[in-house]
Structures are given as structure tokens and as C-alpha cells.
Design a protein around this ligand. Structure first.
Ligand SMILES: C[S@@+](CC[C@H](N)C(=O)[O-])C[C@H]1O[C@@H](n2cnc3c(N)ncnc32)[C@H](O)[C@@H]1O
Length: 369
């Protein structure tokens, strides 16, 4: 990937290395970090070298020359003004300049705009515009023109205000294991930023399911993995803390005709305590937790990893599939599990080229299994 802002823009740190060298650097890091856990080999799933990010957030900078997209510089204290970002998918790339021109020429849309966020799917681009001023119905008329001109969905946000012109979500299509899945992805909710690597992650995780009964999924987001997993298991119980992600997950189930998933809006810590029968929750009164016979647990936690009580709880099941966006907390959690589990497979998914972030996957099986 070529970029005019390499070495200045804080978004890319590994700009001096070719893509192959970046991957080798990440492989070496993982090899050394997990040596003590006897991880001898791992698969690596690479990304397209450019145009791989389906979402992006830019600051908006105003000066005498007009309005500009901006990113923090590597030293953080300054910004760099940019015209383009070769990391973003073509749909966002093609939209950035004409969208900026139209906003710039419209006082209502331009004034006090401080950030623009893009979320692209196979069907549409959603653009969120963030303001340091109150916006109301008069703003909607101008935003509607943006929607009509570019065929996009536009949202305006200012303090305590969210104005949705048409939709605050996109429908995304993903091909996994030769099946087509449809997902509703809501603005502001978590979604995997690199669609091509995301498809590899789901394929890899589903490929490593053996002797399935029921699945317990923790940190399920909008059902990204849950819906493809549902084909393999009798029943799935999935939990997630974000209300809007759970709502999207349920709607995505309907779009995909999936009926064997129970999504619960609850923290992992609370759900594990309910499953251990330590506490009762009104939210679970319609669900018979004793109906489940979990053979597998799938976890995809945030960077902080999994809390000890939940790790202790999931260690009673035969197989754990762990997707992690932070190798350090992954290592900490694997150290905790190592007496009961064997690491059967390990993989690196390069979701974040040109940065030092690494996504990994681990299949753990109880020693006696
Ligand atoms: C790395 S994301 C993974 C989401 C999903 N697996 C996916 O692929 O889109 C982690 C998710 O965990 C959720 N989360 C964070 N802390 C949580 C907690 N304590 N209990 C339940 N969910 C939590 C976040 O809202 C987020 O959706």
C-alpha cells in the first residue's frame, strides 16, 4: 500500500515494512510470546494490503482553505490534514472527496462539524456527522440532500441528540463456508472492521467444531459468529452487554431464518453467575438454563480479556474457541486455563495491517478429551 501520509499520520505505525515483512514481524512476536505455552505452529490469515477497512473515523479540521479530513499525527499533539486514506474500502474512498465538497458548500452541514464516521457494507454506506452545535429538523433537510445525492444513510449527532434521516444501520452480506449471511449492523455498535479477514475468522472457528451439542457464546456482539455457528449446534445461548447489538442480532436471525439461538442482553459476569445458580435474574425467567448441554464455549472478548470467575466457569466444558484482539490478555487467560486444557490450534488473523494490532484464534480442548 502506498500513502502520502506514511510516517506522519498516526493511523499507520508499520509503514516502513512491506506487507509481507509486517506479517513476519507479527508471526515472530506471537511465536515468542506463546513459546512458554508450547505453541509451536500457527496458521496465518492475511488481509488485502489496501482498501480493507469497512469503517473509519476522521476528525474535521476547518481553516481559511475550507474543511479537511484530519488524523492525529504519530506524535499525537498535532493533526495531519488528509485527502484520502488507502486503508478504507473503495466505497468509502470514492465517497470521501465529493461528500466533503458538498458539506463544505453548505453552511448548515459544515459549521461546527468536528468528526465524520463511515460504516460501509455490501449494500450501503452510513455516514455519521458529529457536531459541536445543536442540530434539529432544519438540519435534516440538508442532510437528506446528502442521502439523495450519494445514495447513503446519514445520521447527525450533537450533545444528547441523534438525528436519523433514513436508517441508523446497514445490512451487510458475508460469504462464509459457501453460505451467504445477512447482518444488520447498527451505528455505534461493535463490528469487525476487516470483512475479508472476518470471513476467514468465522470459517476457521466453525471448521474446528467437533462433536457439537449446544454452544455457549460470550461477547456475541451482533451475532457475527453466532449465526454461522447456529448451523452446527442444536441450540446456542449467546450473551452480549450492548442492547442495540442484541437487537440487531435478533433481527439478523430473522433475516437468515435461524431459530435455535437465544440471545441475552446481559454481562458475561452476570450470565456466568446465573448459570452457576449464584443469582437469579428476571431477564432469564423465560429461559430454562438447565435445558442446555454445552459441548463448546466460544469467546471473543474486548481487549481486557476474560475475568477470572468467568474463566473458571468456562473451564468445565470440553472445548473453548477463543478469538482475541489482544495477545497479552490472551496469554494471561491461556496461562489460567493451561492445567485443564491443551492448545490444539492457533491462528493469526491480520485484521489490522500497518498497525501492530494482532487478532488471534485458539482452540482449546480438555486434556482428557
Ligand atoms: C471484540 S467484540 C466481539 C463481538 C462479536 N463476536 C463480533 O465478532 O462482532 C466484544 C463484544 O463484547 C461486548 N462486551 C464487552 N464487555 C462485555 C461484558 N462484560 N459482558 C458481555 N459483553 C461484553 C462488547 O459490547 C462487544 O460487542
Amino acid at each position: 500500500m502506498e500513502c502520502n501520509y506514511f510516517g506522519v499520520c498516526g493511523s499507520c505505525k508499520l509503514y516502513e515494512l512491506s506487507y509481507e515483512e509486517q506479517v513476519q514481524k507479527k508471526q515472530l512476536y506471537i511465536k515468542e510470546l506463546f513459546e512458554s505455552l508450547h505453541v509451536k505452529s500457527f496458521e496465518t490469515f492475511t488481509s488485502p494490503d489496501s482498501h480493507y477497512r469497512n469503517r473509519a473515523e476522521f476528525r474535521i479540521w476547518h481553516d481559511d482553505d475550507g474543511m479537511h479530513y484530519a488524523m492525529n499525527q504519530i506524535e499525537k499533539k498535532k493533526v495531519v490534514l488528509i485527502d484520502k486514506c488507502p486503508k478504507v474500502v473503495k466505497k468509502i474512498d470514492d465517497l470521501m472527496t465529493p461528500l466533503k465538497r458538498m458539506i463544505e458548500s453548505d453552511e448548515m452541514l459544515r459549521r461546527k462539524l468536528f468528526s465524520i464516521e463511515f460504516l460501509s457494507s455490501t449494500t450501503k454506506v452510513l455516514v455519521s456527522m458529529l457536531y459541536h452545535k445543536k442540530i434539529d429538523e432544519s438540519w435534516d433537510i440538508h442532510a437528506k440532500k446528502l442521502e439523495d445525492t450519494f445514495g447513503i444513510a446519514v445520521i447527525g449527532r450533537s450533545k444528547k441528540v441523534k438525528r436519523v434521516i433514513s436508517d441508523d444501520f446497514v445490512i451487510d452480506e458475508l460469504h462464509v463456508n459457501k453460505n451467504l449471511y445477512m447482518y444488520k449492523i447498527i451505528e455505534g455498535g461493535f463490528s469487525q472492521p476487516n470483512s475479508s479477514v472476518n470471513a476467514h475468522m468465522i470459517e476457521w472457528a466453525t471448521l474446528h467444531v467437533n462433536n457439537p451439542k449446544d454452544l455457549l457464546e460470550l461477547y456475541c456482539g451482533h451475532g457475527n459468529f453466532t449465526i454461522p455457528f447456529a448451523k452446527q449446534f442444536n441450540k446456542v445461548l449467546a450473551t452480549e452487554i450492548s442492547k442495540s447489538s442484541i437487537k440487531s442480532a435478533k433481527e439478523s436471525c430473522e433475516m437468515n431464518d435461524v431459530t435455535n439461538i437465544e440471545f441475552i442482553r446481559m454481562s458475561v459476569e452476570d450470565l456466568t453467575s446465573a448459570l452457576k445458580k449464584e443469582r437469579e435474574f428476571v431477564r432469564l425467567k423465560e429461559i430454562n438454563l438447565d435445558d442446555y448441554d454445552f459441548s463448546h464455549v466460544f469467546v471473543d472478548p474486548p481487549r481486557a480479556g476474560i475475568d477470572e470467575k468467568s474463566l473458571e466457569f468456562i473451564s468445565q466444558f470440553e472445548t473453548i474457541i477463543y478469538i482475541s484482539c489482544n495477545p497479552e490478555t490472551l496469554k494471561r487467560d491461556l496461562e489460567f486455563l493451561k492445567d485443564k486444557f491443551e492448545i490444539k490450534n492457533f491462528a493469526i488473523f491480520d485484521q489490522f495491517p500497518h498497525t501492530d494490532h494482532i487478532e488471534s484464534g485458539v482452540i482449546l480442548q480438555t486434556h482428557q478429551a
